[in-house]
Design a protein around this ligand. Structure first.
Ligand code: TYC
Length: 101
């Protein structure tokens, strides 16, 4: 007499989650020259003049502006490099990072 195979089978489903992206945020201050902020945005975030000017003016008017989103490592590296560029000139220019919702 043959028996029906009643053994349970476990299906393994692998879900690959995308890494969470992190925002780089430009913070306004009263001392860093506008043109210098634009120069840093162009150099570190590969922006053209028009885009960099728009981001700088948004931070200037609202207090802060999201520059771009990257993986955590890239966001932190770019924020640090851009902040260091200001510090090297004696400016309080600040870029921060935070995870996207
Ligand atoms: N507020 C600065 C000024 O008037 C310019 C500036 C803009 C500085 C944006 C920082 O994130 C900044 N010179």
């Amino acid at each position: 007499m043959s028996k029906t195979n009643t053994k349970e089978r476990t299906k393994v489903v692998t879900k690959t989650e995308r890494p969470r992206l992190h925002k780089v945020i430009l913070i306004n201050d009263d001392y860093t020259p506008r043109e210098f902020v634009v120069t840093v945005l162009k150099a570190e975030f590969c922006m053209n003049e028009e885009h960099a000017y728009h981001v700088m003016m948004t931070a200037h008017r609202r207090g802060a502006c999201v520059v771009a989103v990257f993986t955590k490592d890239v966001a932190e590296t770019k924020a640090t490099r851009a902040t260091e560029a200001g510090r090297a000139k004696g400016y309080p220019l600040l870029f921060t990072t935070e995870p996207e919702e």
